[in-house]
Design a protein around this ligand. Structure first.
Ligand code: ADP
Ligand code: ASP
Ligand code: MG
Length: 402
């Protein structure tokens, strides 16, 4: 069997954890499997590198930032290779460049275009364990790029797809995908299985256990994923196209995203084209807008609020204020202390009352809802960030703990 295993940052955080993971890799290899392993940077290395960069230059070029960030994963693969060498096992570590993980040119958020399998195949044919640095690739300028936070998941799925792997295991620090973040909600339940669509929605709404793009890729190439713990031996969660209990489960899980911000253009003239002009100003800056609401404030003006990723908030503010005179609104406010709480489930469209249960849970906790958004597979509410964990817990109790 050809197996791709991915271990996240906490799974390789220190020497003890590296030895532990080496044991898991060795076991797969010694069972006769062709074993390809994707590693993340150790512990908080990526955050520390970002801090280090900010100390030197608060606005470094994205190219140099990627050059720096790519080193985190390189440390992990080299250290793991040394550990496996010490155990007497044949192993080779490879960077994204050595493998040929080709990406588009977007530093910091690069998308994988293709993965060369030649070098990987050659190393596997030599009966070596192959360790690959996650999160990184190379663009058309032969520069390092990174795939966005949590990107090692995507590297693993891309390698599994390119190599037609029999299994793709995502090892992490929890036992699988739960109905809510098990670190925040003690009553959260481990899911035996989850569909790609539900997982994609949960991941996109803030459940960082898998990067959303890795799930997209897995769905596109039919790569079945298993999310499991590197620390506890227990069956994990299968992520796949169809699951056994698709019909019964109206709600699959609850997610929180507190890396969002709300902008409000105050006093937007109440006339055709105003909403377009406001949103166009933001989208022309390459910023994605998520939820939007418009409120009538005076006879002749509206307030237009929308949410963006927190990282884009300042750029969105600038894009709007640059157009303030031309559009004719009064001023812009930015609120970074908000969070989006979402309830996700494929069975939701065929069931009334889910939204009212969500609102009831928030009402019970006296949490004010600032914005609401719903689709066939989810309901999201924007609330005050300080109440977010309490909100998730309350909603979770309503759906899963009664
Ligand atoms: P890794 O370093 O292995 O990539 P991450 O920190 O990226 O790990 O993702 C694992 C974390 O995701 C868990 O520690 C958990 O706190 C968080 N998480 C959030 N939502 C969920 C969920 N629904 N199920 C499981 N874990 C979740
Ligand atoms: N080290 C990168 C990050 O912290 C990639 C990953 O962990 O998947 O985002
Ligand atoms: Mg991760």
């Amino acid at each position: 069997m050809l197996i791709v295993q991915k271990f996240g940052g906490s799974s390789v955080a220190d020497v003890g954890r590296i030895r532990n993971v080496a044991g898991i890799i060795a076991e797969s290899y010694l069972l006769g499997n062709e074993t390809v392993v994707v590693l993340s940077a150790q512990g908080d290395t990526t955050d520390e590198l970002l801090e280090k960069a900010a100390e030197i230059n608060p606005a470094p070029s994205k190219r140099e930032l990627d050059m720096l960030l790519a080193t985190g994963e390189q440390q992990s693969i080299a250290l793991m290779a040394m550990c496996l060498e010490g155990m007497g096992l044949p192993v080779v570590s490879l960077t994204g460049w050595q493998v040929g993980v080709r990406t588009d040119a977007n530093y910091g958020t690069a998308r994988i275009r293709r993965v060369d399998t030649e070098r990987l195949r050659r190393e596997l044919d030599k009966k070596r364990i192959v360790l690959v640095a996650g999160f990184q690739g190379v663009n058309k300028f032969d520069d390092y790029t990174t795939l966005g936070r949590g990107g090692s998941d995507t590297t693993a799925v891309a390698l599994a797809a390119a190599l037609h792997a029999d299994r793709c295991q995502i090892f992490t620090d929890v036992e699988g995908v739960y109905t809510a973040d098990p670190r925040k909600v003690p009553g959260a339940r481990k899911l035996e299985e989850i569909t790609y669509d539900e997982m994609l929605e949960l991941a996109s709404m803030g459940a960082q256990v898998l990067m959303n793009r890795s799930v997209q890729l897995a769905k596109r190439y039919g790569v079945e994923l298993e999310v499991l713990s590197s620390l506890v031996r227990a069956p994990g969660t299968k992520v796949k196209e169809v699951t056994k209990n698709m019909e019964e489960m109206k709600v699959t899980g609850i997610a929180k995203d507190d890396k969002v911000a709300r902008l409000t253009a105050v006093g937007v003239p109440d006339r055709p084209g105003s909403a377009f002009k406001v949103l166009n100003a933001v989208s022309r800056a390459g910023i994605n807008v998520d939820m939007i609401i418009q409120a009538d404030t005076t006879a002749s003006t509206n307030d237009m609020s929308f949410t963006v990723a927190e990282a884009d908030a300042d750029a969105a503010y600038k894009a709007l204020t640059d157009r303030q005179a031309a559009i004719g609104f009064d001023h812009v406010t930015v609120d970074k202390s908000i969070a989006k709480v979402s309830v996700v489930g494929a069975g939701m469209m065929s069931s009334v009352g889910i939204a009212s249960l969500v609102f009831e849970a928030l009402n019970d906790e006296h949490i004010n809802i600032q914005m609401i958004n719903s689709s066939e597979v989810k309901i999201s509410c924007v609330i005050d960030a300080a109440s977010a964990d309490r909100a998730v817990a309350a909603i979770h109790r309503k759906f899963f703990e009664t």
